[in-house]
Design a binder for this molecule. Structure first.
Ligand SMILES: [Zn+2]
Length: 367
């Protein structure tokens, strides 16, 4: 199908090396079969932008989303992370049809806030894969496997170690350009050292990635120290598996040495500031991660941990939060946050898109 966007204002956060950040162009964009085929550009002054013009920008990536958490929005407020996780395991008794319909609704909700890419997590992947395919949104899905439970409260579903790859290989049949299939666990509390090592082996053999909630508050870090003798990030390092294939969600409760370990390994960090604030697990040290060159993306987490799936709200909250923490209104400028929302997120979902509006790129655009 052919499309034509006439006279749109093109943002150019680094779209071309010679452009200064935040400059504008008037552009006609020709799209064929969902791919940008041609762009006619004319430089324009900000003073010449009128109400006739539309702004166009790259689609965003919501880099952490639980697509089956919707109906418990507003039902799990004022709970600690331990109590919330326990409640999440019992509040919604769902069958696969429920999961499919919730995933459809959540993915549409995500699109409304500008996310054309989604990094989802699910312990029952089939209905979510179906929803991704039916909507046609780009993304990755972390298929969750747990084999231990070292937390408190209700026990999440578990699987024996020898069944993991058989199940994963079945889900991996859905791996395609639009939807990448990743592997992971709910957290270190739900994955033995053997399972963590198996994830890494599978990630290498299938050329995919591992996604896991990591160091989400002091309680989970202390539990890891008690049960495994060290902190979660050091555990991965000691097992010899912390590398660029690992996408770590949260990382609120890490020390300076762990930040450097993550940076050196090439692993990515997914920042979910609203969820972290709501559950009171702390504020991730994003300025330090950024300073050390860690690839940072941003996500809304489960709707029950946030009460919305709005990625723009998340980005706005992140800028305010870190400005407040560091008493500096320019901790992260819009260009940095824009990269979290686009390029960096696309990288962790293994998208062939770069997040730049260029010929040959997917036309995942926002008007
Ligand atoms: Zn989560």
């Amino acid at each position: 199908m052919d499309s034509f966007l006439k006279s749109v204002i093109l943002e150019s956060y680094g779209n071309e090396p010679h452009h200064k950040s935040n400059s504008y162009e008037l552009a006609d964009i020709f799209i064929k079969d969902g791919v940008i085929e041609k762009i006619d550009r004319t430089a324009i002054s900000a003073f010449d932008i009128s109400s006739e013009h539309f702004f166009v920008t790259s689609g965003f990536v919501n880099s952490h989303l639980h697509p089956n958490q919707l109906l418990d929005r507003r039902m799990l407020d004022e709970l600690s992370i331990t109590n919330l996780l326990s409640a999440m395991h019992i509040v919604q008794k769902k069958n696969d049809e429920d999961r499919y319909h919730q995933a459809i609704f959540v993915l549409l909700d995500v699109l409304k806030s500008g996310a054309t890419g989604v990094y989802a997590i699910a312990s029952r992947p089939e209905p979510v894969i179906r929803a991704f395919n039916d909507i046609g949104i780009t993304g990755a899905l972390n298929c969750v496997f747990n084999d231990v439970w070292e937390g408190k409260g209700n026990v999440p579903a578990q699987i024996s170690l020898q069944d993991v790859e058989k199940k994963f290989s079945k889900y991996f049949e859905s791996n395609c350009e639009n939807l990448k299939i990743h592997i992971g666990s709910a957290s270190i509390l739900t994955a033995s050292n053997e399972l963590l090592t198996l994830f890494n082996d599978i990630a290498i053999r299938y050329n995919t990635r591992v996604n896991i909630h990591m160091s989400e508050g002091i309680e989970s870090v202390e539990a890891c120290r008690k049960n495994r003798g060290t902190t979660p990030v050091r555990l991965l390092e000691n097992l010899g598996i912390l590398n660029e294939r690992w996408n770590l969600i949260h990382a609120t409760t890490v020390d300076e040495e762990e930040i450097k370990l993550i940076a050196r390994s090439g692993a990515s960090v997914i920042h979910c500031p609203v969820s972290n604030a709501k559950t009171g697990v702390g504020i991730a040290p994003m300025r330090a991660f950024h300073k050390h060159g860690v690839n940072i993306a941003i996500g809304t987490d489960a709707c029950s941990n946030n009460n919305t799936n709005n990625i723009l709200n998340e980005a706005y909250f992140a800028t305010l939060l870190h400005n407040a923490v560091h008493e500096d209104p320019l901790v992260f400028n819009e260009e940095i946050i824009f990269k979290w929302l686009t390029t960096n997120g696309l990288k962790i979902i293994d998208s062939p898109s770069t997040g730049k509006i260029e010929v040959g790129q997917r036309a995942d655009l926002l008007l």
